[in-house]
Design a protein around this ligand. Structure first.
Ligand code: UDP
Length: 486
């Protein structure tokens, strides 16, 4: 071995599905900018790496591809969790193999720290074997992390995995009666399905995570102390984890390493960002001059598309109330929109005063910090929720998977910054109209807007020089870049 190199070598292992890798890279960029003498090797699948914003210039972050676990000539069924299951089966070997490659490409500079998506419990063992810290990032809320942490307690308390009907009956059962720290409005049906049970690779991985996460040197999240006070207190001070460090919202402090900090915190204007937004369809131009808080922005994230009857319900509701909107929907799903919809709302004619604009990718962070946007219709993915909080835009959530139900309940019943849809489905056109009108046009909507604006102020405070997220970040930096043991 070469013992001449003792600067830190941090390996960072990303979960390549959903919007998990981007926030981990965002955190890595901040750490790498703050620790120029450390080397960061970043691992994800080739597809995921290709979609990420790596610094263009030579910096101290190097991407490495890991095997995605998809067998040659595999035909996908279309189920969103299928590629996830295949990937999980390729772990941990795909990572450990690529780690070795990174070590040898860095003159055998030993790994000094393993950072990863919190899903990768097995890296706790890899880190223990080589005697380095394991620092997982939970890319969602502190609240959902806590629910996962208490998986065994929850399963023991509610009994064997209940079916949907039984969960329905227990709908009003409140969790706070037995899960420490969780907000009192959370019900059993708001828990991520993987906490309740399931024997596929994905729920099994999360169950393992609930056992291994306590071995982390520090656990970090894209949230801020003030947003989830009781859970944060619990995770910080009850000795469940050695160190718990909320360091978000990431989108307020993202670093472009070729340039400067993306400083959303000093201004509401989207135009002052140093990062140039990817806006191929001119959404920001289309928004210019619209009434404040008048436009609906719609996106269900990168994984889920609502089924056709729900797309139809939402489309009809938008047409019926006539609110201007921008709808980001992947090309693969556009044909499921109702017939004639694109023509009727003027999205095909490309003029500035059409009712709506349907695009396959929107500059979401910039839209949500634009004063014309008044409501975000979302699946409740955590990145989306944090971006809405940072922008001060109330939400209407239609959750589908994982932690989205928990997030949706936090939005509507804990923080009071969004409206529920009656019966929970977008196919209920009247329900959607009512929710949109409540947020955009009622007194109640104003109250939601005030509440989310005050959370936005708290978020900015958290990332300011004396803020909690800034202090937590300094602690994280110290742990991650501590010199390798000899
Ligand atoms: N996003 C975007 N433009 C789009 C759609 C999505 O920039 O048109 C980004 C959005 O800003 C967020 C991420 O994609 O950062 C979605 O993450 P989230 O956790 O909400 O959902 P997921 O994709 O994991 O379901």
């Amino acid at each position: 071995r070469d013992h001449h190199h003792h600067h830190p070598h941090v390996v960072v292992a990303a979960f390549p599905h959903g919007s998990h890798a981007a926030p981990l890279l965002s955190l890595t960029r901040r750490l790498a900018a703050a620790a120029p003498n450390a080397t960061f090797s970043f691992f994800s699948t080739s597809k995921s790496n290709a979609s990420l914003n790596f610094p263009a210039a030579a910096t101290n972050i190097t991407p490495y591809d890991v095997d995605d676990g998809v067998p040659p000539n595999h035909v996908f069924s279309g189920h969103p969790l299928e590629p996830v299951e295949l990937f999980i089966k390729a772990t941990p070997h795909n990572f450990t193999k690529a780690f070795q490659e990174a070590v040898s490409r860095n003159n055998n500079n030993k790994i000094s720290c393993i950072m990863s998506d919190a899903f990768f419990w097995f890296l706790a063992e890899v880190a223990a074997d080589i005697n380095v810290p394991w620092v997982p990032l939970w890319t969602a809320a502190s609240t959902s992390l806590s629910l996962h942490f208490y998986t065994d307690l929850i399963r023991q308390t509610i009994g064997p995995a209940p079916d949907d009907a039984a969960t329905g009956e227990m709908e009003e059962a409140l969790l706070m009666s037995f899960v420490p720290g969780v907000p009192s409005a959370l019900r059993l049906q708001d828990i991520p399905a993987e906490v309740i049970g399931g024997d596929h690779a994905f729920p099994a991985m999360l169950h393992k995570m609930s056992h291994f996460i306590a071995r982390a040197t520090a656990v970090t999240v894209n949230s801020f102390d003030h947003l989830e006070p009781s859970v944060t207190q619990h995770l910080k001070y009850s000795n469940l984890f050695p160190t718990f460090l909320p360091v978000g919202p990431f989108n307020l402090i993202d670093i472009d390493m070729n340039n400067n900090a993306r400083d959303n915190s000093s201004t509401d204007s989207s135009t002052s960002n140093n990062l140039v937004a990817h806006d191929p369809d001119g959404c920001l131009h289309w928004l210019a001059g619209r009434e404040p808080a008048s436009v609906a922005y719609i996106s269900f994230g990168t994984v889920m598309t609502p089924p056709p009857p729900e797309l139809a319900g939402l489309a009809e509701a938008l047409e019926a109330i006539g609110a201007p909107f921008i709808w980001s929907i992947p090309d693969r799903a556009k044909h499921n929109l109702p017939q004639g919809f694109l023509e009727r709302i003027g999205s095909t004619s490309d003029h500035d005063r059409s009712q709506g604009k349907v695009v396959s990718w929107a500059p979401q962070v910039e839209l949500l910090s634009h004063e014309a946007v008044g409501v975000f219709v979302s699946h409740g993915g955590w990145n989306s929720v944090m971006e809405s909080v940072s922008g001060g835009v109330p939400l209407i959530c239609r959750p589908f998977l994982g932690d989205q139900r928990t997030n949706a309940r936090l939005v509507s019943h804990v923080w009071g910054i969004g409206a529920d849809i009656k019966d929970g489905r977008l196919s209920n056109k009247e329900g959607v109209m009512e929710a949109l009108e409540r947020v955009l046009k009622s007194e109640e909507g104003k109250v939601m807007r005030d509440k989310i604006k005050s959370l936005k102020e708290q978020a900015k405070k958290a990332v300011s020089p004396d803020g909690t997220s800034t202090k937590n970040f300094s602690q994280l930096l110290k742990i991650v870049t501590s010199p390798p043991s000899q």
